[in-house]
Design a protein around this ligand. Structure first.
Ligand code: SAH
Length: 351
């Protein structure tokens, strides 16, 4: 039985499901979910991420982690954590760049937080005999030591609920069955509302993104440290941002559940509120600004000088990561920290 048939049977028995439950099934159903069975990153897969565009990305994040650790007083031991490490490219690029700081590597207790069995296996393989630990959730990573945490494109796979404004109030967008018994979007009963939102307005909310952000900010506040949460999205609220990608093409979200990656935009306004509620601080930059502040243009120039035959490729990769019409503006980098420590490298106020 395919996931589509399984979902149809579930809806026939229990009624329509929220977009959040639908997303969770598509990504994590133990038998058919995309991440549980067939995650495929890279050119030959379904989607590509910044660390796979160029090794410069992971190397600069690695140097950021070293600088952050120095800024926080070089504690030993401390925990270096990546959540959702994909195929392990970002983590291994970070560790390679950090080799220039052997004291950092000696002090680092390495943790990868991964829910996907197939991806954890690929990460094990890529890291070889590097001494690292795996956990299924951030809660399983022991506290009691300063934490430097990175999560790239993780918020975007945490589920959202969607609501549409009807005359009578807000109605939850749900996945149900149409006349022919096929999966179809519909609306639940409207809940009375007093606001002036125009009819037809669609909003998205993610309790899961807020909970994850709170957990990271709470850990930073309690144990000290800093975190980078990197994703596409913004602080404006983008209406319906649910999309499915298969072999780099957008496909109908309802068409092939479990066979495509399903994502949403990260809600950086909600992130800001969650961090503030915990009592931590967040700086938010575009990916382009953040990487420029870390010196990506100088890094690209140095790489091109060392290997002139690769200069064109390096220029293209640089453009992809920081170009305004590519990942540079759409992607944001949130830096989470404790007020008393001051902002981590890259997030200092600009003169
Ligand atoms: N950070 C990597 C991979 C991004 S893909 C990169 O930049 O290339 C999303 C990653 O998040 C995958 O490793 C996926 O298995 C993981 N993931 C998905 N849902 C998750 C959840 N609920 N908690 C933690 N990790 C999750």
């Amino acid at each position: 039985m395919s996931l589509k048939d399984k979902l149809k049977a579930r809806i026939a028995a229990d009624g329509p499901m929220g977009v959040d439950a639908f997303m969770t099934a598509c990504l994590h159903d133990p038998e058919h979910g995309y991440y549980a069975t067939r995650p495929a990153l890279g050119e030959a897969g379904d989607f590509i991420t910044a660390p796979l565009v160029s090794q410069m990305f992971g190397e600069l994040i690695g140097l950021w982690a070293v600088e952050t650790w120095r800024h926080l007083g070089r504690p030993a031991p401390f925990r270096l954590v990546e959540v959702g490490p994909g195929d392990g490219t970002l983590f291994s690029d970070m560790l390679r760049a950090a080799k220039l700081a052997p004291d950092f590597l000696a002090a680092a207790d390495l943790w990868l937080v991964e829910t996907s069995g197939p991806l954890a296996a690929i990460q094990h393989q890529r890291l070889g005999d590097t001494a690292a630990h795996w956990a299924g959730s951030l809660a399983e990573v022991p506290g009691g030591a300063l934490v430097i945490l990175v999560a790239n494109e993780v918020l975007d796979c945490l589920p959202v609920t969607q609501f549409v404004r009807r005359k009578e109030g807000w109605a939850e967008r749900v996945v149900g069955l149409d006349q022919a018994g096929e999966l179809a979007f519909g609306l639940g009963p409207p809940r009375p509302a007093q606001d002036m939102a125009p009819e037809g307005t669609m909003i998205e909310m993610s309790a899961a993104q807020a909970d994850f952000t709170s957990a990271v900010a709470g850990r930073v506040l309690k144990d000290g440290g800093a975190a980078l949460l990197i994703d596409y999205g913004g602080e404006e609220g983008g209406g319906d941002t649910l999309q499915a990608l298969r072999r780099h093409q957008k496909v109908d979200v309802l068409d092939t559940p479990g066979e495509a990656d399903v994502t949403v935009h990260a809600d950086f306004r909600a992130l800001r509120m969650a961090v503030k509620a915990v009592g931590a601080k967040a700086g938010i930059l575009t990916q382009g600004d953040f990487l420029r502040r870390l010196g990506i243009e100088q890094r690209a120039a140095a790489l091109s000088r060392a290997a002139p035959e690769r200069a064109e490729v390096i220029a293209r990769q640089l453009g992809r990561l920081i170009g305004d019409d590519q990942m540079g503006q759409l992607f944001k980098v949130a830096g989470l920290y404790r007020g008393a420590d001051g902002p981590p490298p890259g997030f200092e106020a600009q003169r």
